[in-house]
Design a binder for this molecule. Structure first.
Ligand code: ADP
Ligand code: MG
Length: 258
């Protein structure tokens, strides 16, 4: 496996209400998942089921309360930041809201150049060429290169985020609901773009969605998460044709009702 976690648990304390009572929320309970080399793994669950928390733990943006995280079979659960340099270079993330992850005052060509200059010791000229190539590759026309994020459509902005994430050739990408904010027609285009880029550039990806339909086309394998626990795992076709957990059954039935 490229990356895997074992028996991860994570809870949050929140303070609520007039009496400032502290509540403990179990966001994840004993979650184990594996992601293979060049594999696209879907993670599906309703809002609040713990998907983003799991994504953040796999990226070491959050530390788990218990459990283990392995990258190339090396235990990185509690490694300090300066020991994680190699890991940080190998991972990227794409979030749902393409506007929030782009700096409104940075031109898109500079936004794509930025991660190259951060991770690699190369000249500004070469970084510029690489950024241009990548933007063309994700379907951004050269006349848009010097525009600001607000001058682009939502779909174009998400393409810029994809270019930004992939331009450093990461080994592992977490895409957290990357098409959920886009129109349905644009969703399909962006999903196909992900598929083609994955075949060309060869990386592993955790693709998070609350929508089983979105994940079906892109995933080699799917995990279903329900209230902080993995309840089912398998090939997308198997999950569709013979869901075993009661929650997955309702997910699949809901799809056929529409
Ligand atoms: P999802 O991405 O599936 O919608 P999340 O992982 O964001 O779910 O959240 C899982 C649960 O943990 C939710 O109940 C959420 O409110 C809670 N949670 C997530 N992050 C925090 C946080 N930083 N502080 C407190 N509670 C949190
Ligand atoms: Mg989320």
């Amino acid at each position: 496996w490229l990356i895997r976690c074992e028996q991860i648990s994570k809870s949050f304390n929140i303070t609520r209400g007039f009496f400032r009572k502290t509540l403990k929320i179990d966001a994840l309970r004993n979650v184990s998942i594996n992601i293979g080399f060049n594999e696209i793994v879907g993670l599906v669950g309703e809002s609040g089921s713990g998907k983003s928390t799991l994504g953040k733990i796999l990226l070491r943006l959050l530390e788990p309360d218990s459990g283990r995280l392995y990258f190339f079979e090396e235990d990185i659960t509690h490694k300090r930041e300066r020991e994680l340099k190699n890991f940080r270079k190998s991972i990227q993330v794409i979030f749902q809201d393409p506007m929030a992850s782009l700096n409104p005052r940075v031109r898109i060509i500079d936004a794509v150049e930025e991660p190259i200059l951060l991770h690699e010791r190369i000249s500004k000229e070469i970084a510029f060429e690489r950024a241009k190539e990548m933007l063309i590759r994700v379907g951004i026309d050269s006349k848009e290169f010097f525009k600001f994020p607000h001058e682009l459509s939502g779909g174009q902005r998400q393409r810029v985020n994809i270019a930004r994430a992939l331009v450093t050739k990461p080994k592992f990408v977490v895409a957290d609901e990357p098409v959920s904010s886009l129109d349905v027609s644009v969703q399909a285009e962006v999903i196909n773009l992900f598929l083609n880029l994955q075949r060309e550039l060869k990386f592993s990806m955790l693709f998070i969605s609350h929508d089983l339909r979105v994940v079906r086309h892109i995933s080699d394998r799917v995990y279903i998460i329900y209230r902080g626990e993995i309840v089912e795992e398998g090939a997308p076709l198997k999950i569709f044709s013979e869901p075993s957990h009661i929650y997955t059954k309702t997910l699949v039935e809901d799809l056929f009702e529409i």
